[in-house]
Design a protein around this ligand. Structure first.
Ligand code: HEC
Length: 667
């Protein structure tokens, strides 16, 4: 029988009403039909058959190419057929051998309570190997009973996993407790042994698990040792401090007060002070003030204030305790911003910080009249070229929260066409008075957890067990519903007010002029894509080369601190002055080469076109030279590829711009 697509689809709907046995014979073929539309309809028709055999046939679709729609259809079908499929698993009618992929899909699709009914039996048939291959480790976390959790925990403790699998197992154990409130049915104190693991990632994950289990009342000493030791990694220190805060009690507070003391290393000190605020606010306030007086690095200060002000009552207590002078302006500016971001408006703290640092608070009331005047002036007197540079300033943080052409933060709305779609007085008002109108879909969700921490952010997503917020820093903050004491919709914007305080009037006009051009044809139109916007820069010196770092630009992840991140301008150009600013270099003596790296994602294998606009430079991909300036074509395999423009330090171009018909990774 040979039918066209329309005929086949009709067949599917006819067969859905025919007798079971003959239906299945036809559907079995259609599930493997070359046309995805036919496979989709066949999957949905199988859901109506309601037998284990139908589930088996549906899962067979995984042997054909899948796409998100087919994936979802199969997911729905397996949920419709979950009971007969479970029965087939339990009776052994559905054999798992050679069908690991199908089993994994099925177990993840059905509800955790259902998966839990077969998990024990399945684990007995599939003992976990050292590498933890397969879906089992995560399934135990999402569906396992205390017995399976205990077996998993024992396997980590006895060294039965390699490091990567141990890390997964510890995460999975933490999820089971965090989200389902279930833990292993054996003793948990042995977890402390893993604090001394030779693998830092195992160690970090074990400490995080201790923070979730909170059963390690006696290990304060060990945790504070890890937090304070010069030999600990940054990650281990941070999680050790978080664990002390989470375990709580007098012992933990003592340990944190010790770590926050004068003379301790700054990075440990500020984190410990903020953690102590969460445990014992009264005791923490003088420490917090002392730390604030010592902070000179604005990004660190922002992080510090975000943690402190998340503690209920902290902003009032700190405002009262701040001295009349002596707080560095960078620390005060950071605090003033945090006090007005993320749906809070702590005016007392803003005033106290301004006073103690000698900064002005702009308490000017912005009336409708004033906003219209500023808007009119911006339209005639503002310079968008200067305005773009103001928009990029790190202290204003616009880029951290908003994106243009897909590059930038995702906390607030995309700015790509804001100038073309909104009148300029709306833009002026949005920036000066973020709370006046809150854009739909960007309302602030405020969640207080049982320990008194106040979290805020936009709602990134929500499941039955978890709320995930996107906070003002752009990070996803998962909160277990078990742990929520109170949840409200905030009335204030996540965007801080007072951002314009440090700017003079002309600078404000320039910024508004820039915003008002976004999306209009010309230099401020970023809507077409196809241009590299997110760059990382690396300068290779002779010393690097002698130290065996000659291949750094291909081997190291972009998270390595030697990469200097920088965005191109809205028109896609990465100018020489932006390069100099990002690398903090104005001269290039002693350097062998300057590398500007970005990434391209190829959906499928095949030729990709590139065009480098620059006075000089070479294009390299995955360690291979592709060509120089102008247009190029090269073959790429499917996946993500690192693309590097290599520049001669003696000929750094005034600007470079890289276009491609492939898609650039923007974040
Ligand atoms: C902490 C994150 C954050 C920072 C920093 C931030 N914004 Fe926002 N912004 C938001 C959020 C969230 C919204 C949406 C809620 C609202 O309407 O207030 C928003 C809204 C806006 C809007 C209105 C957009 C619309 O479509 O209605 C404009 C314009 C804007 N921001 C510009 C800026 C500029 C310019 C800066 C830098 C001076 C900046 N923002 C800094 C988070 C931020």
């Amino acid at each position: 029988m040979s039918l066209g697509l329309a005929g086949q689809l009709q067949w599917v709907s006819v067969t859905a009403t025919a007798a079971d046995a003959s239906r299945l014979v036809v559907l079995e073929k259609l599930v493997h039909d070359p046309a995805p539309r036919v496979r989709l309809e066949a999957l949905r028709a199988l859901a109506k058959v309601g037998t284990g055999r139908a589930a088996e046939l549906a899962l067979g679709a995984l042997n054909e190419p899948m796409d998100p729609t087919l994936d979802y259809a199969l997911w729905l079908t397996i949920n419709d057929l979950s009971e007969p499929w479970i029965a087939a698993l339990q009776s052994g009618a559905w054999k798992t051998e050679g069908r690991e992929k199908q089993l994994e899909f099925g177990l993840k699709a059905i509800k955790p309570e259902q998966a839990s009914r077969v998990l024990g039996q399945l684990l007995a048939q599939h003992p976990l190997g050292r590498d933890g291959a397969g879906p089992w480790i995560e399934l135990i976390g999402s569906a396992g009973t205390p017995r399976e959790l205990q077996a998993l925990f024992q396997q980590v403790l006895s060294g039965g996993f390699d490091d990567a699998a141990s890390v997964r197992a510890l995460k999975s154990l933490a999820d089971a407790t965090r989200l389902r409130n279930i833990r292993p049915d054996g003793p948990q104190a042995d977890l402390g042994r893993l604090f001394d693991s030779s693998s830092d990632s195992v160690r970090v994950e074990a400490i995080k698990l201790a923070a979730v289990w909170k059963t390690l009342g006696t290990s304060f000493g060990r945790l504070s040792e890890i937090a304070g030791a010069a030999g600990s990694s940054d990650a281990a220190r941070t999680v050790a401090i978080t664990a002390l805060r989470s375990i709580g009690g007098k012992g933990a507070a003592d340990a944190l007060a010790g770590l926050a003391g004068e003379g301790k290393e700054p990075a440990v000190r500020w984190q410990a002070a903020a953690a102590l605020a969460g445990l014992d606010l009264g005791r923490a306030v003088p420490v917090v003030v002392a730390v604030a007086r010592s902070l000179n690095d604005e990004p660190v200060a922002i992080e510090f204030w975000r943690r402190v002000l998340a503690v209920k009552g902290a902003s009032k207590a700190v405002a009262e305790a701040l001295p009349a002078s002596g707080v560095p302006q960078s620390a005060a500016r950071a605090g003033m911003r945090v006090a007005r971001e993320g749906g809070r408006n702590e005016v007392d703290l803003v005033v106290a910080l301004a006073r103690s640092s000698g900064l002005a608070t702009d308490t000017q009331a912005f009336t409708g009249q004033l906003i219209r005047e500023l808007a009119a002036k911006a339209a005639t007197q503002g310079d968008p070229i200067r305005g773009e540079l103001i928009y990029r300033r790190t202290d204003l943080a616009c880029i951290g929260c908003h994106s243009i052409g897909g590059a930038g933060g995702k906390v607030g709305p995309d700015m790509t066409s804001i100038g073309a779609s909104a009148p300029i007085d709306y833009l002026v008002e949005s920036v000066l008075l973020p709370n006046a109108k809150i854009k739909e879909g960007y309302g602030t969700v405020m969640v207080t957890t049982r320990d008194g921490t106040e979290w805020s952010g936009t709602l990134a997503r929500e499941t039955g067990q978890e709320i995930v917020l996107r906070n003002a820093a752009g990070a996803e903050q998962p909160i277990a519903k078990n742990d929520v004491a109170k949840r409200d919709l905030g009335t204030l914007s996540l965007m801080p007010s007072g951002l314009m305080d440090p700017l003079g009037e002309q600078e404000q006009l320039d910024l508004f002029a820039f915003l008002s051009r976004l999306g209009k044809p010309g230099d401020y139109d970023a809507s077409h894509g196809g241009v590299a916007r997110r760059w990382r820069l690396y300068t290779l010196t002779h010393t690097d080369q002698q130290n065996g770092r000659g291949n750094f630009m291909w081997e190291s992840p972009f998270t390595d601190r030697s990469w200097a991140p920088v965005y191109s301008l809205v028109n896609g150009r990465l100018s020489r002055s932006l390069i100099q600013e990002a690398t903090r270099r104005s001269q290039w003596e002693g350097t062998i080469a300057l590398y500007a790296a970005t990434e391209i994602n190829a959906a499928k294998a095949g030729p990709v076109k590139l065009k480098l606009d620059a006075s000089a430079g070479e294009v390299w991909i995955d360690g291979r030279k592709i060509g120089g300036t102008g247009e190029l074509t090269t073959d790429l395999t499917a996946g993500t590829h690192r693309v590097i423009v290599r520049m001669d330090p003696k000929q750094i171009p005034d600007a470079l711009r890289l276009e491609s018909d492939g898609s650039f990774v923007l974040n």
